[in-house]
Each structure stands twice: as C-alpha cells, then as structure tokens.
Design a protein around this ligand. Structure first.
Ligand SMILES: *Cc1c(COP(=O)(O)O)cnc(C)c1O
Length: 419
C-alpha cells in the first residue's frame, strides 16, 4: 500500500493475516502454552535465535516456541502498540507494575543510583523505596518543576554520581498533573553517560498515552504504560507495556522470559479489541473533561482545579512544558473542594453516576480521594510538598454524556454544607 496509514486505521489489521486462522477476520485467542515444530531442525533454529546463540539470517524470523517467550496475541499487540509511539520495539506484560519493575531491574545494578520525579504512582513509589533499596540501589527523588541546577545538585550530593543508572519520570504526575520536562532529563542523563554506560531515561506515560504525549520524540529511551488504563480502557483488565529501541527492548524481553511476567493470550486479545476504539474513546474523554474542568473552576464549592487545559501563560514553566510535550489536556482532573476530608468524602459519597473507585482512563468516570486511597502510603510531609491535600479529589472522566456527568457532579457538590 502506498499511502502511509494512521494508527487508528491500522488497529483493525496490522500484524495479523486472516489466512493464518481459517480466514477469521479477527485474530483468535491463541490459548496454547506451546507450539509444534515442523522438524527438529526448526526447533533448534528457533532456540538458537531466542537464546541469541547466532544472529538472524535476512530471510529468517523468530518462530513460535512456547507462550512464555512468544505467542501471536502478545506479538500482534506489540506490533500495534509500536505504531502509536513510533517505537522500534515493544514488550507487553501482565500488569503496568511488571513493565515498570522489569525495566528498573534490567537497567539498574546493586551500587547504582536511580533518580526519579515526585510524586510517583503509589505502587512505583513503594517499589523504589522498599524493594530497590534492599537490592543496594540508592534512590533520590526530585520535586515537580525542579530546575536543572537542583536536579544536578541531587545527583552530585548523592555520593553516587558515577553510578547514575536511570532517570524515571512520571509526567503528568498522578494525582496532581504536575509536569516534568523530558528533554531536560535527557540532557542530564547525557551529562552523566559515558561511552561504556548509558543513563536510561524512562517515562511512565500512563496519564497521557499513547495518544497525547510521545516521550521518545522528546529524548526518552523507554516509555512505560499501565495498559490497565487508557489502552485497556474498560476497567476489565490489568496489563502493561514498555517501548523503546530494539536493543533496550530485547534486554527487557529476555528478563521477562525469565521472570515469567509476560501478558497472557487472553489479556493480549482483550487489548487488541480495546485498541480498535482507543482514539475515539480518548478523544471523547478529553472533550468531556474540558467541559467539566472549566465548569468546576467556576463552582463556589471548589477551591482549586488542577487540569492541564486550565494552564495559562502565567504558569510559566508548566505552560511551556505542556505545550511542548502534550497534544491534549487529557481526561484526568483533580480539584480541591472547599473544606477538608469530610467535605471531599461528602462529595464522593453522593455521586450517582461517577463510580467511587481507583484506576483511570476508562469508559466510565471514576473518582477517588488520593490522600487516603491511592497515595495513602506517601509520607505526610511529601503529601504536603506535592499538593496531595485532604480536600483533593481525583476524577477520571469517561465517555458518558457530559451534561449527565455535570448534573451528577453538581448535585454531589450541593451536598457539601457551607464551611
Ligand atoms: C495504574 C498505574 C500504574 C500501575 O499499573 P498496573 O496496571 O495497576 O500494574 C503505574 N503507573 C501509573 C501512572 C498508573 O496510573
């Protein structure tokens, strides 16, 4: 085909040939643990490639062996996810946490330094502080909007500047939409890289991706996803992904093979289905979120709204980074109600359409209280530093009718007594 097709067109066909499956228009679930070799010689050849015992011939491809190494649903999903981020390679996992932890374990060794942006997703935060440190890795965080000088000072004063292994960033950050400049982090990584040692920049793009922010274009080496969120999009599956160049993803796939945390055929198949509607779902969610955020910002029971679409040139650094890195304000809003925990709970307890649940990026709208739920484990002083206050509510806007959603939010806000 001569025409360069867009990802949303290719989601229905890319990487799958109906001739492989009796003409089935849809890729079936290859619910099998193992694959039959035509001849012993073929099995030998596949293993040689899988174990890197020799290089691949030009006319040769890696054959199917065993579903911990490869499976058609897993591979087709990887091929399709690559298109959105323009990545060379992709590895998919049974959860977002397994994608993140596998990447951290592959690119960090005992004695290394991990630098990360704050705040991090609660699960990642726990892994960094309580698991990596047990493996002899030094961890240092920097605050949202930290300047180059501040970040460099954190590295220099760590006593481990020659061992910086990785910079992990989450932008926009959960739950406040705080931004981190990816290109700035890449240039700091380059400053501490040497010929034999590349400091890897990894971006958790769950909040924006894979549609609205493409970290690889801004210098990131790895993009990480909780595919449970927008990619899955229906609150019915847990999954994850990591994308980057061939060399880095090959290393991650080898570790995945031995950790055994690859995606299952059925989960992969569910995500193939989800990807067909990814763009229309995400666009509708962002459209709804823009209506809701601007009305919330006018509401007397609301003290403050954190939404990328409400940034103005007065928010200087954030405004510039937002316009450079993101193509949409997204569908995640957080806001402070007037009052504290009691008022936030009153609001949450009176929602009738929006579900009181954690997670995000789904067709249905979800609301929760970060300080006592997703970010309950964050140290009290850090909660204050990152703006995770008792009055903060996080809202993930779905594809419902915007007026219906606004009706629900307004009637729940009315339940808050004047404080
Ligand atoms: C949910 C989430 C994760 C963890 O993903 P799981 O699929 O739940 O394992 C990681 N990062 C961010 C930003 C998330 O929102």
């Amino acid at each position: 085909m001569k025409k360069q097709l867009q990802p949303e067109t290719l989601m229905m066909s890319h990487g799958y040939n109906p001739e492989w499956s009796e003409g089935a228009v849809k890729c079936p679930i290859f619910q099998t643990s193992t694959f039959v070799f035509k001849k012993a010689e073929q099995g030998k050849a596949y293993f040689e490639l899988a174990y890197g015992l020799r290089t691949q011939e030009a006319d040769e491809s890696q054959g199917l062996i065993y579903s911990r190494l490869n499976n058609p649903d897993m591979e087709i999903l990887e091929e399709r996810l690559k298109l959105w981020d323009g990545a060379e390679a992709c590895a998919v996992f049974e959860s977002g946490m397994s994608a993140i932890t596998t990447a951290l374990f592959e690119f960090l060794q005992p004695g290394d330094l991990l630098l990360f942006s704050n705040p991090l997703y609660g699960g990642t935060d726990h892994f960094v502080h309580h698991v990596l440190t047990k493996w002899g890795i030094t961890v240092r965080g920097f605050r949202p909007n930290a300047t180059r000088e501040e970040i460099v000072e954190i590295v220099e004063s760590s006593g481990k500047k020659d061992r910086l292994g990785m910079i992990l960033i989450e932008t926009p950050a959960n739950p406040t939409n705080a931004l981190t400049d990816i290109a700035l982090c890449k240039s700091i990584a380059d400053q501490y890289s040497s010929s034999g040692r590349q400091v890897v920049v990894a971006v958790d793009n769950t909040y924006m991706g894979p549609l609205w922010q493409h970290p690889l274009q801004h210098g990131a080496d790895l993009v990480l996803y909780s595919a449970t969120k927008y990619i899955g999009g229906h609150s019915d599956v847990i999954a994850g992904a990591c994308l980057g160049n061939m060399e880095l993803i090959q290393r991650i796939k080898v570790l995945r093979t031995f950790l055994g945390n690859m995606i299952a055929p059925h989960t992969g198949w569910l995500l193939l289905r989800s990807l067909e509607t990814l763009k229309i779902r995400m666009e509708k969610q962002a459209e709804n979120a823009q209506v809701i955020a601007s009305r919330l910002s006018q509401h007397p029971k609301i003290a403050k709204v954190f939404y990328l679409g409400l940034l103005t040139p007065e928010d200087s650094v954030n405004y510039e980074v937002y316009h450079r890195q993101c193509s949409s304000p997204g569908a995640m809003i957080s806001f402070e109600v007037v009052g504290g925990e009691h008022e936030a709970f009153t609001f949450l307890n009176h929602l009738q359409i929006v579900k009181l649940a954690v997670s995000l990026g789904s067709t249905e709208s979800l609301a929760q209280h970060p300080a006592s739920m997703t970010h309950a484990g964050v140290a009290p002083e850090d909660k204050i530093a990152y703006g995770i206050t008792d009055s903060l509510v996080r809202l993930s806007v779905g594809v419902e009718n915007a007026e219906d959603l606004w009706w629900d939010l307004e009637q729940a806000l009315e339940q808050i007594q004047n404080v």
